[in-house]
Design a protein around this ligand. Structure first.
Ligand code: GLC
Ligand code: CA
Length: 577
């Protein structure tokens, strides 16, 4: 048994707040969020009680995948601002006592990056080896991609390039060619260009995009599950290739470790504890923490990661996943958990996990805050989660869903239907994106009940503003209401710090794993305090298992928490036992 408080790094007791630049705050009225907008709101971010900020990509980008297609690693996109603006944010965070983390997207670049522009020119261009080029294969005289792999959001993972008459690989959209990590010189160029440059400017670490994708498996066909077509799902052909750990260790050694920086590695794929520890154990020397996908896909009808087929989640699964993740911060490992309910790739958690009707929205948001902030590990909050933002209105038409993952999913479903592939119906598909599409996270932040939710002076914003800002879901109104979701987050974050021995560094023990309505667990510190947490995920009253011994109610998410043993619909409580 180890006391996890010993030698704990700063990020173990930190809470991270994620900002999505295009939708946080627009300072110049062009309808797009920007860097000066972010700078102007750092005081607000600090006031929530978080310790670090993660900014999603603000680099130069043609926005084919909203900034995750980078055409220049060392320059902010002109629509967001310039180098001085980003430097002011680094300084602004530090002056306020917050750390600052950038997004690191190095599995692929944009096809507009100068490396790719060179690479596609000729087969003997010095940059040819920066990407993954392969000749066509011919089946019955017909030109076909080198393998049958489907790209993550749909379509072939190979794109034919007329100039040199070869295909290049792209795990995501066509305009995101994958970098060739097999080549040592390419890896060095990536480190220098994308990582060291910013560490040198004083940032505190990175969130590492799809970090399990760098090493590719052999280019052999994926198993055929849709006999009606050539292209086949190939998720497992991209992740965890044979040289992955070697690449990650090298990157850690040559970049992050030199600056003692934190790394949050996005790691798609279901993993065992042993496998997770290969990536995030202190002895593994790869990453600080990993963003796992288990909870994020609990309502994806058994589909991995990026497929949007929605099915209601099962609370028993949520408990299993939570417990498994908590083991990472337990006394018997050298890993550390990272927990989240939302990010720019997830729909809003109140709409997914609880009840977003006006009657239950507030208590739902608070109880989810209680769930997230009583777990061990490092939590990430996503902009707007702290004010209880909900999904886009159901009446909005399909055209409001502009994320490629949404429209490519709809396209894929329609194609399948045409070809007679058995599966989801069009109606179910649209309902799925209404529930779990990424667009819900990407609409503008709701600052006030004024025009465009106070996000912009412009009526026209790059994504339509969620009309719920008129129904009290906005920062200005929630500031004034002591019972708002926002003020509950503040209370919970202070509570978390005060009880850090049990909450952050304590051990998790779940009870009643079979219960489908409520979740209950103990958090016990190494040398003393035990807390008991009971969370009602259902719309009916629920009786809690009596905590062992004498129990003192410390906090409830309900303003009128009733009887000792009965939880109100969607209520959460914390007891000291
Ligand atoms: C990550 C990002 C997502 C992006 C993808 C490709 O999953 O979070 O937004 O589409 O990588 O870069
Ligand atoms: Ca702007």
């Amino acid at each position: 048994m180890t006391d996890r408080r010993i030698d704990a790094k700063w990020w173990k007791s930190a809470t991270i707040y994620q900002i999505y630049p295009s939708s946080f705050m627009d300072s110049n009225g062009d309808g797009i969020g920007d860097l000066p907008g972010i700078l102007s709101k750092l005081g607000y971010v600090k006031s929530i009680g978080v310790d670090a900020v993660w900014i999603s990509p603000f680099y130069k980008s043609p926005n084919k995948d909203q900034g995750y297609d980078i055409s220049d690693y060392q320059m902010p996109d002109p629509s967001y601002g310039n180098m001085e603006d980003i430097e002011a944010i680094i300084k602004g965070c530090h002056d306020k006592g917050m750390k600052i983390i950038f997004d690191l997207v190095i599995n692929h670049t944009s096809d507009q990056h100068r490396w790719f522009q060179e690479s596609r020119k000729s087969k003997d261009n010095p940059y040819r080896k920066y990407y993954i080029w392969r000749p066509a294969r011919y089946i019955d005289g017909e030109r076909r991609p080198p393998t049958n792999w489907q790209a993550t959001f749909g379509g072939s993972a190979w794109e034919w390039d007329e100039i040199t008459q070869e295909y290049y690989l792209h795990a995501f959209v066509v305009e995101q060619p994958d970098l060739n990590w097999e080549d040592a010189e390419v890896r060095q160029a990536i480190y220098k260009e994308a990582i060291l440059f910013w560490l040198e400017k004083g940032i505190d670490g990175f969130r590492v995009d799809v970090s399990s994708f760098y090493s590719k498996h052999e280019f052999v066909d994926a198993p055929i599950v849709k006999p009606e077509q050539y292209i086949q799902p190939a998720h497992y052909n991209y992740i965890d290739g044979p040289r992955l750990t070697e690449f990650l260790e090298e990157m850690q050694r040559e970049t992050f470790s030199k600056y003692d920086s934190v790394t949050l590695a996005e790691m798609p794929g279901t993993r065992t504890l042993e496998n997770k520890l290969e990536f995030v154990g202190e002895s593994s020397k790869r990453f600080s923490m990993a963003i796992s996908f288990d909870l994020a896909t609990v309502d994806h009808n058994g589909h991995q990661n990026y497929y949007l087929w929605w099915k209601p989640y099962d609370l028993k699964e949520v408990k299993k996943i939570t417990e498994a993740e908590q083991l990472l911060s337990g006394p018997n490992t050298d890993g550390w958990a990272l927990t989240y309910l939302e990010n720019h790739d997830q729909a809003r958690s109140i709409s997914r996990f609880m009840n977003d009707s006006p009657e239950y929205r507030v208590i739902s948001g608070k109880t989810l805050a209680m769930y997230l902030l009583t777990l061990s590990g490092t939590p990430i909050l996503y902009q707007g989660q702290e004010i209880g933002i909900i999904n886009m209105p159901k009446e909005w038409p399909e055209e409001e869903y502009i994320d490629p993952m949404s429209w490519m999913f709809m396209q894929d479903v329609r194609d399948d239907i045409k070809k007679g592939v058995k599966g989801i119906t069009e109606k179910e598909a649209f309902h799925s994106i209404q529930m779990i599409g990424r667009d819900h996270a990407r609409v503008p932040m709701q600052w006030s009940n004024e025009k465009s939710a106070g996000f912009s002076t412009n009526e026209k914003t790059w994504m339509r503003v969620n009309t719920s800002y008129k129904e009290g879901i906005n920062v200005a109104e929630e500031e004034k209401d002591e019972n708002s979701v926002l003020n509950f987050y503040r209370r919970m974050l202070a509570f978390r710090k005060k009880h850090s021995d049990s909450i952050i560094f304590g051990e998790y023990r779940g009870v009643d794993p079979e219960n489908e309505k409520i979740m209950q667990f103990y958090k016990t510190s190494f040398d003393g305090e035990t807390l008991f947490v009971a969370l009602n995920f259902s719309g009916s009253m629920q009786t809690i298992s009596k905590p062992e011994g004498k129990a003192e109610l410390l906090l409830s998410s309900s303003v009128d928490s009733g009887d000792q043993d009965t939880l109100q619909p969607y209520e959460g409580r914390i007891y000291r036992v």
